[in-house]
Design a protein around this ligand. Sequence first.
Ligand code: 15L
Length: 267
Amino acid sequence: MKTVLITGATGDVGTHLARELAGKYQLRLSDRRPLKAKNFVKADISTMADALRITQGVDAIVHLGGYSVEGPWEAILQANIIGCYNVFEAARRNGVRRIVFPTSNHAVGFYRRDQTIDHNVYPRPDSRYGVSKVFGEALGRLYTDKYGMEMYMIRIGNVNPRPLDKRRLSIWISPRDIAQLVSIGIDKPGIKFEIVYGISRNKRAWYDNSNAYRLGYDPQDDAEAYAAEVLAKEKPGDPVAELHQGGIFCVAEEVPNPAAPGKGKKK
Ligand code: 15L
């Protein structure tokens, strides 16, 4: 059984993955926030010493840790730029070849909703957060080309048991579909550098996800099953947000951070 490190394990996506992947891999869960679990290691990836400690002896890393929405530059710099560098570099030094990096739809959020984009488009980040995800994609490319590491980038839409609104009908991914997509990233032999979109088989998708299908992804869910219910509750929003795939991230300087004190759990 492979040993897999999940950083950012206390967040929403981390919680779904820890549950869905338990039993399939020997999981090492990590976060700077505490978690009551036997296989949990507390660490702050903005320090290299912690990154080196948690990446030792694993077969693959699912690097979820970071600031998960648009927010203050200093927070994004520490968590997503320095933190990402530390994890990739620590992996290299510890001889870990395979990294699954959940990037985001916000790396390409300034594409319009009337466009279908694939994994080859030039990034159009919609936020400082989106830029930090493009940084992770570029760093991954460097570590493949320069050091032969194996990088699997998932531009995640929104992981949730159900799609939350009209925008998410296009970018939603169910917990079991993200687990399948991540498993491909951990197990598929021969991956050098791949970008796939983290969405279910949504009828309203804005992404041509043929690269994920080529690698064997067979999503089980479609947000359309919830469309009537979601659309009945939808209220008109900001026109720029409505025009672009990234939605509110295209106009807001800060998006409510689920990790902020008193705001519930980090994503
Ligand atoms: C993301 O990248 C965020 O991490 C998540 O919290 C959601 O905001 C998601 O995008 C989204 O676009 O719905």
